[in-house]
Design a protein around this ligand. Structure first.
Ligand SMILES: NC(=O)c1ccc[n+]([C@@H]2O[C@H](COP(=O)([O-])OP(=O)(O)OC[C@H]3O[C@@H](n4cnc5c(N)ncnc54)[C@H](OP(=O)(O)O)[C@@H]3O)[C@@H](O)[C@H]2O)c1
Length: 287
C-alpha cells in the first residue's frame, strides 16, 4: 500500500501505453439520466477540454452513454486528437431512453456493430482501450472473448479490458487475449471487489474503479468527512487520493459535468496520506 511522496502518477496500460493515473469519466456529460444530449452541449465540451488542459490523458466512455452522445461530445471536444490522449470506450450494454434499464448484448453481431459505431463516432481507426461493458448471461463468455480477440487481431483494438468481472472471468478471458484493464465498482466505502483489485495488481493489469466517489455520495460518510476535515480537503478529494494510494495499478475516472468539480477532483493528486491515515480510512469499509 502506497503511503507517501513516492506516489506514482502514471501507469503503463497494457505494458506500453503511458497513462496519467488521474483520468476522467465521461458518462456524466450526456443529458439527464445519462440520456440524449445535455441541455448545454458546449458545457460538456468545455469540461472535456478542461480535463485535458489540466493533465488528463485518459478519458473513459461507452457507446451506451447517451447512447452515443458521450462519444460524440468527446469527438466534438477533442478531434483532431493530440497524440497523448487515450480514449477508452466500451461495448456490450445497450440502452435506449432515460427511463429504461441497460440491457446486455455481448453477441458477436452486436459487438461488431458497436465497435464499428464507436470507431465512426470517435473518428478513430482503432480504439486504444476497448472494454467489454458486461459479460452477457445469454452469450457464452468464450464466444464474446473470441470475437474481441479477432477484432484486436484485425487491428480495430489496441488493448482489451473487462468490466464488472470476477477473478475467474479474467482468467478465462486471458486464454483469449491479454487483459489490459478491469473496470469494477470500487471506492474507499465499497470494497466488494478487493480480491479483483489484488489479482489485477499482482498481474500488472490496470484496475479502473467506477463510482470512485460513490456517484458523489462520499460526503454522506461522517467518518470520511471528519478525516477530510482534518486534512482540509473535501471528502471527494480524500476518496480519490485514497484510491491513488491504495495501489499503483489503479487509474481514476471520476465523472463530472462541472468544471469546478473537475478542478477540485484534479487537486487530489496533491494530497499525501500517511500510513496511519491509510489505516483509519481502510477501516471505513469491510473487505
Ligand atoms: N463500467 C461500468 O459499468 C461503469 C458504470 C458507471 C460508470 N462508469 C464510468 O465511471 C465513471 C465514474 O463513475 P460515475 O461518474 O458513475 O461516479 P463518480 O465519479 O463516483 O461520481 C460522479 C458524480 O459525482 C458528482 N461529483 C463529481 N465530482 C464532484 C465534486 N468534486 N463535488 C461534488 N460532486 C461531484 C458528479 O456530479 P457533477 O456532474 O455535478 O459534478 C456526478 O454526479 C463514469 O463517468 C463512467 O465513465 C463505468
Amino acid at each position: 500500500m502506497k503511503n507517501n511522496a513516492d506516489l506514482k502518477t502514471t501507469f503503463e496500460l497494457g505494458g506500453d501505453l503511458e497513462i496519467n493515473r488521474l483520468g476522467y469519466g465521461a458518462m456524466r456529460i450526456t443529458g439527464p439520466m445519462l440520456s440524449g444530449m445535455p441541455e448545454n452541449p458546449q458545457n460538456s465540451i468545455d469540461v472535456v477540454r478542461k480535463a485535458v488542459e489540466l493533465g488528463v490523458n485518459f478519458i473513459d466512455t461507452a457507446d451506451a452513454y447517451g447512447p452515443f452522445t458521450s462519444e460524440e461530445l468527446i469527438r466534438d471536444a477533442l478531434f483532431p486528437y493530440s497524440k497523448d490522449v487515450t480514449i477508452g470506450t466500451k461495448g456490450g450494454l445497450v440502452r435506449f431512453g432515460a427511463h429504461v434499464d441497460f440491457n446486455h448484448d455481448a453477441s458477436p453481431q452486436h459487438l461488431h456493430d458497436a465497435l464499428d459505431g464507436s470507431l465512426r463516432r470517435l473518428k478513430l481507426d482503432h480504439i486504444e482501450l476497448y472494454q467489454l461493458h458486461r459479460i452477457d448471461p445469454k452469450v457464452p463468455a468464450e464466444i464474446t472473448f473470441e470475437f474481441l480477440a479477432k477484432a484486436q487481431q484485425a487491428g480495430k483494438i489496441r488493448h482489451l479490458g473487462l468490466s464488472e468481472v470476477s477473478v475467474e472471468d479474467i482468467q478465462l478471458a486471458r486464454k483469449y487475449f491479454k487483459v489490459a484493464s478491469v473496470q469494477n465498482r470500487y471506492s474507499v466505502l465499497d470494497r466488494k471487489w478487493e480480491p479483483v483489485l489484488e489479482y489485477t495488481e499482482s498481474q500488472g493489469i490496470a484496475f479502473i474503479p467506477w463510482f470512485p466517489i460513490g456517484g458523489g455520495t462520499t460526503a454522506e460518510s461522517s467518518k470520511l468527512q471528519q478525516a477530510a476535515d482534518r486534512k482540509r480537503v473535501s471528502t471527494h478529494q480524500l476518496a480519490l487520493s485514497w484510491l491513488l494510494h491504495r495501489a499503483d495499478n489503479i487509474l481514476l475516472i471520476p465523472g463530472t459535468s462541472s468544471i469546478a468539480h473537475l478542478e477540485e477532483n484534479m487537486r487530489s493528486l496533491d494530497i499525501r496520506i500517511t500510513t496511519e491515515e491509510m489505516n483509519d480510512l481502510n477501516a471505513l469499509s469491510e473487505v
